[in-house]
Design a protein around this ligand. Structure first.
Ligand code: NDP
Length: 491
């Protein structure tokens, strides 16, 4: 594959490439240009040159490209979903949902062109009109991770483009091939050259060059908290605008009055979809003591029945993790959980059969009798590992849910309205789901986290605030003096 700069598909200026690996087989299936500073500069040059003509186009015309891109993704859903499976290992059913979510985001944000409202302020003075106008922020660097490459990419690209910004997109090296599918769609609908550019290559080179380029006006970053902190440190002295969507260690609370089987099924999907590689994954399941054993039995039994294998198969529930190192990381956490005294109720290691030992598969692993001080309950594992933590009542459940440096998603299963409002008021997180798992945001509602999970929210109307800057305009149509002017003689 190639990078996309100024309307052309090009190799890296150094000629270097790296291999894209299918996580289900460990085999290389594509080569990806290894970009560097020169390539980032070329992309920024192109995005810079396209600024004015793109900004000057009426928003409704800009939106038309984004709408058509969304519709085209829907038309090609199956083919793009298969690339998603090949590149990041998602099961095909999940990949279709993910790619479908990218299309939905494009369609939703294309509508934002008609909702780019601002304020008219009633002036303090007679014959004076005060209004607030919106302008694009300028040139936006969109940096994404690999776990939901199509949807997370579109969450940044679509609102940035509709609001009149030009973009340099740096996708994760682990998902460059599927990310290029988004760019191809924009190319097919005729997006003017330079408006969207994509540079592939490592974060240390391409990402660093992008954040250090002074002509970039805004960073939209989704990734690990440590990377986000580093980028925020680079942005701070530049007073550069940024949206940070970072890690999570999300708690799903099960109250003793909950329908345990229903809660277990939802928790299962929240914990193990995308093989647990979701910023919103339910990696801590906090259960009231009275029902902890029963819930654990149901949950572990369901987990052990999940179909794990190559995502190309329609019957597969859980695919591989993204890479060899991610597999090692998950296995190390499983060992740490056992060492610290949590009990493996399901899974607990890698597969040894012919097919799955070649890929990066980890058994969906459930720890019971866990404690919130354990490593498995504190660190973001980003793999198919979850821990059930028994607690004494809902107040303690909320305390434990908050006892983390993260604050992205949360959920509670209960029929008691008092518990519902305790969770809404008490959990310090960007999202709280009631009687739903921790995953599954909706494009029309803001999405984002607090504490180490980031700041600024994507999706919903929030996007308009992030991707535009406001200017207040005062228009005096009295053509006369104001009472506070210096009292100098006239004429
Ligand atoms: P990383 O932080 O490792 O990487 C994210 C992106 O940043 C990649 O494109 C990476 O490039 C790039 N990058 C790395 N270093 C730098 C740098 N110095 N300057 C600029 N860019 C850099 O995250 P992962 O890809 O491992 O993704 C997993 C993480 O993403 C998890 O923590 C997860 O919770 C979080 N996430 C958050 C979401 C949210 O909305 N809150 C949603 C989804 C995931 P490369 O990989 O090519 O080196």
């Amino acid at each position: 594959m190639k990078m996309y700069i100024d309307g052309q598909w090009v190799g890296s200026s150094s000629g270097r490439e790296f291999a894209a690996v299918n996580p289900a087989t460990g085999e290389e299936f594509e080569t990806v240009p290894m970009g560097g500073e020169e390539d980032v500069k070329a992309a920024v040059d192109a995005a810079d040159a396209a600024r004015k003509s793109w900004r000057d186009l009426p928003a409704s015309q800009r939106a038309d490209y984004v709408l058509r891109a969304g519709l085209l993704i829907r038309e090609q859903l199956d083919a793009i979903a298969k690339v998603d499976v090949q590149n990041v290992g998602k099961p095909i059913r999940e990949a279709r949902r993910e790619v479908g979510a990218a299309a939905t985001a494009a369609i939703y944000f294309s509508g934002m062109a008609r909702r780019m409202y601002s304020n008219v302020v009633d002036s303090e003075q007679p014959k004076k009109f005060t209004m607030v106008v919106r302008r694009p922020v300028g040139l936006v660097g969109v940096i994404t991770p690999w776990n939901d490459p199509a949807s997370l990419g579109m969450w940044g690209l679509a609102p940035a483009l509709v609001t009149g910004n030009t973009v340099v997109f740096k996708p994760s090296s682990n998902s460059a091939v599927i990310s290029a599918e988004l760019v191809k769609v924009f190319e097919k609908v005729g997006l003017p050259k330079g408006v969207l550019n994509m540079v592939t290559g490592g974060g240390g080179e391409v990402g660093e060059a992008l954040i250090r380029n002074r002509r970039v006006d805004m960073t939209v970053f989704t990734g690990e908290s440590a990377t986000g902190r580093h980028i925020a440190e680079v942005n701070a002295p530049l007073f550069r605008r940024q949206v940070m969507e970072l890690g999570g260690k999300n708690a799903l609370i099960v109250a003793k009055d909950a329908e345990l089987e229903v809660a277990a099924r939802a928790a299962l999907y929240a914990a193990f979809s995308s093989a647990g590689q979701k910023c919103t994954a339910a990696s801590r399941i906090i259960v009231e003591e009275e029902v902890a054993d029963k819930f654990s039995r149901i949950f572990a039994d369901l987990a052990s029945k999940l179909v794990v294998g190559s995502g190309m198969r329609e019957d597969v529930d859980v695919g591989p993790v993204i890479s060899w190192s991610q597999k090692e990381k998950a296995l190390n956490y499983i060992e740490a959980g056992e060492r610290e005294g949590a009990v493996v109720l399901a899974g607990g290691g890698a597969y040894e059969d012919e097919e799955r030992s070649k890929g990066f598969f980890v058994k969906p692993t459930v720890f019971g009798s866990a404690h919130n001080d354990m490593k498995i309950a504190r660190d973001e594992i980003f793999g198919p590992v979850t821990a059930i933590i028994p607690v004494d009542g809902i107040d303690e459940a909320i305390e434990v849910a908050n006892d983390t440096r993260y604050g992205l998603s949360s959920a509670i299963y209960t029929k008691d309205i008092k518990n519902v409002f305790k969770a809404i008021d008490g959990i310090d997180a960007g999202l709280t789901f009631v009687n739903q798992g921790t995953v599954g945001p909706e494009v029309g509602a803001p999405f984002g986290g607090v504490k180490d999970s980031g700041f600024g929210m994507e999706l919903g109307e929030e996007a308009l605030e992030h991707f535009t800057k406001k200017k207040t305009v005062f228009i005096d149509y009295s053509y006369g003096d104001r009472p506070w002017y210096f009292g100098l003689p006239k004429g």
